[in-house]
Design a protein around this ligand. Structure first.
Ligand SMILES: C[C@](O)(C(=O)O)[C@H](CC(=O)O)C(=O)O
Ligand SMILES: [Mg+2]
Length: 305
């Protein structure tokens, strides 16, 4: 952890302590740069998106080494804080402690750990299994103990809603707060009403930690806006796979048309131009944009490649 890393961790705490923010998921460093440039104040590295980018499902196949390398690259490409999805913590308390150390050193501002058993699944699928509450609490304690920067954020996610029920989700979250978690994340709640009740039950339990909501699509949770979550008492709203799903659909459509027509001409206006991509990368091309490199509607030649 360096000075820059410490600034990001304290910034993340400050943000979650004061207002409600949208936290989009970045599936690589370039997308992280886009997220920062679009004005977001924090970003998320999703296990589901990272797995998908490797061509594998989100069933706990990513290792700590894999995630540290990729999430570290993402975090270091931007100056806003990054929260990484650490799945189940990659094992027991010792593994969770190692994860906290590795992520902190790699420049992450926080990590999210969930209470599923190790052969995990997407939190919005049926058939999940949870570890005993004491086992999860031990992982949180170990991660909290392992961090060197006290601001490195440990987000405790409970998947209990779809397994043991709503009340168990509240009870588990309260226990995780006691174990030292810095933020609570109730996974796969099924209505705005449940989000509101969860928040008020947590407050009734005497816990004032920031709450995180997950706005993943096509799952169990109806789509609510950041403003709605703000009024329900949530401080961070994740959009973990939103950019990836959108990119995938666009690429699917492009590929179909390219195959059919043998040219990408009609797609130029959907593309970021060479110069715009260079600008995003901060790459100063010493020769500047070449004639014909900028897209103008009606012009077919865009790049000199
Ligand atoms: C938030 C999540 O853990 C993720 O990996 O991004 C997933 C998202 C998803 O699968 O849609 C989740 O379990 O909710
Ligand atoms: Mg995940």
């Amino acid at each position: 952890m360096d000075h820059k890393g410490q600034m990001k961790t304290s910034r993340l705490r400050e943000l979650l302590g004061t207002r409600t923010i949208a936290i989009p998921g970045a599936f690589n460093a370039l997308i992280a740069m886009q997220i920062e440039r679009a004005g977001y104040e924090a970003l998320y590295v999703s296990g589901a998106a990272l797995s998908a980018c490797r061509g594998i499902p989100d069933i706990g196949l990513l290792t700590l080494t894999d995630v540290t390398a990729e999430a570290g690259r993402i975090a270091q490409a931007v100056s806003i804080p990054t929260i990484v999805d650490a799945d189940t913590g990659y094992g027991g308390p010792q593994a969770a402690a190692e994860a906290a150390t590795a992520f902190e050193e790699a420049g992450l501002a926080g990590m999210q750990i969930e209470d599923q058993e190790e052969a995990k699944k997407c939190g919005h699928l049926p058939g999940k299994r949870l570890v005993p509450v004491a086992d999860m609490a031990a992982k949180i304690e170990a991660a909290v103990h392992a961090r060197r920067d006290p601001n490195f954020l440990i987000v405790a996610r409970t998947d209990a809603r779809g397994v043991e029920g709503f009340d168990a989700a509240v009870r588990r979250a309260l226990t995780y707060a006691e174990a030292g978690a810095d933020a609570l994340f109730p996974e796969a709640l099924e209505s705005a009403h449940e989000f509101g009740t969860f928040a008020s039950e947590i407050r009734k339990g005497g816990v004032t930690l920031p709450l995180i909501a997950n706005m993943t699509e096509f799952g169990k949770t109806p789509l609510l806006s950041v403003t709605e979550f703000e009024s329900l008492g949530y401080r961070g709203v994740l959009f973990p796979v939103t950019a990836l799903r959108t990119a995938l659909r666009a690429i699917e459509a492009l590929l179909a048309e390219l195959k059919l027509f043998g040219t990408q001409r009609d797609w130029l206006h959907h593309m970021m131009t060479r110069q715009e991509l260079y600008n995003l990368l901060g790459y100063i091309n010493s020769q500047g944009p070449q004639e014909g490199e900028r897209y103008e509607p009606g012009h077919e030649r865009v790049s000199r490649d």
